[in-house]
Write a protein that binds this ligand. Structure first.
Ligand SMILES: O=c1[nH]c(=O)c2[nH]c(=O)[nH]c2[nH]1
Length: 315
């Protein structure tokens, strides 16, 4: 028998709080061709006069957790996200001052920081002056990988990386796809494209008699080409972007014969702010973590064999 179920013993509600945890909000601020992004994970915990909902089930004092999530999105539009602290202060003040039953609001925020990917040019005719600045790589370095196999006479070197997270806040579309009776996806003419890159690339070098590639330079250059191809591709699908990243590596790095990518499509959905009388001009997004599209392909130098395993987790 547990303590609380002993006959005659009074039962009391102790500390309690509620709210929506981990609302993933991405705010894009457009200053001409220069975009700024704020990427937050916001958790709201409210407490106050909440005895009744626990004791009797009366929801009379309960602001739904769904509403707290909507408030996060609406405030991202209305007040912007200057800093996590400022945003949290706005939210906490709002819940405590607008809801009589709520005495305390605790807002926890994780912020994911992004660096800009500087592109080499802005495309034909731009002269580089109004260079697009809408491409970002998430801070915190990726993990670099290497696999070396030697059978006594020949070498196989496969290098790679994982957890290199990148985002384009524009220059991505997805439309013209097959539609069957289960298709509900609206066509997109200006969407966020984001992925966490996992890649492996295989070197042509296999013989001690041949000069070895410079591994450090090669890694840095592959990474640079991959990021620049991501940033500079006007994309109609993640598949197309993947191919461009691979092709750019093969074209520019003679030491590499094969590249394979596994790219989760990290979907960002525009939040419908119309119910709150707000217009969402491609500014406020819900960053979904799952499910995700998973786009995988190998890009090969013409005439070379495909040897990197299909499933990169096996390498
Ligand atoms: O770039 C994309 N490729 C797809 O194959 C696909 N499918 C989907 O639903 N969204 C996307 N986006």
């Amino acid at each position: 028998m547990t303590e609380d179920s002993r006959p005659g013993r009074p039962v009391m509600l102790g500390q309690n709080q509620y709210g929506k945890a981990e609302t993933r909000v991405v705010k894009v601020t457009r200053d001409g061709a220069t975009h700024h992004i704020k990427d937050l994970n916001v958790s709201v915990a409210l407490s106050g006069d909440m005895d009744e909902v626990h004791y009797s089930g009366s929801n009379a004092n309960v602001l739904p957790t769904d509403t707290t999530k909507n408030t996060v999105y609406a405030f991202a539009k209305e007040h912007g996200i200057e800093s996590a602290e400022q945003f949290g202060i706005h939210l906490a003040r709002h819940f405590v001052t607008s809801q009589e039953a709520i005495r305390t609001a605790r807002i926890r925020i994780e912020e994911y920081a992004w660096d800009r990917i500087e592109t080499s040019d802005a495309g034909p005719g731009s002269g580089g002056a109004d260079r697009p600045r809408h491409s970002f790589v998430r801070q915190g370095r990726e993990t670099r990988l290497a696999q070396i196999t030697y059978d006594g006479s020949s070498w196989e070197v496969v290098s790679g990386l994982k957890d290199l997270t990148v985002m384009n806040s524009t220059n991505s579309e997805f439309w013209g796809y097959v539609k069957d009776k289960y298709t509900t996806l609206p066509e997109a003419h200006d969407r966020i494209l984001a992925t966490r890159v996992a890649a492996r690339w295989r070197f042509g070098w296999s013989d001690d008699a041949d000069p070895m590639p410079s591994w450090e330079t090669s890694y840095a250059e592959v990474r640079r080409h991959l990021l620049q191809a991501f940033a500079e591709t006007y994309s109609y699908s993640l598949q197309q972007t993947l191919y461009r990243m691979g092709a750019r590596i093969i074209d520019n790095r003679a030491e590499i014969d094969e590249v394979r990518f596994s790219l989760p499509n990290q979907h960002h959905f525009l939040v419908d702010l119309a119910p709150f009388g707000l217009k969402n001009d491609n500014e406020v997004y819900f960053a979904a973590d799952r499910p995700y599209g998973l786009i995988e392909a190998t890009v090969l130098r013409d005439g070379c064999e495909s040897r990197i395993p299909v499933d990169l987790t096996n390498l």
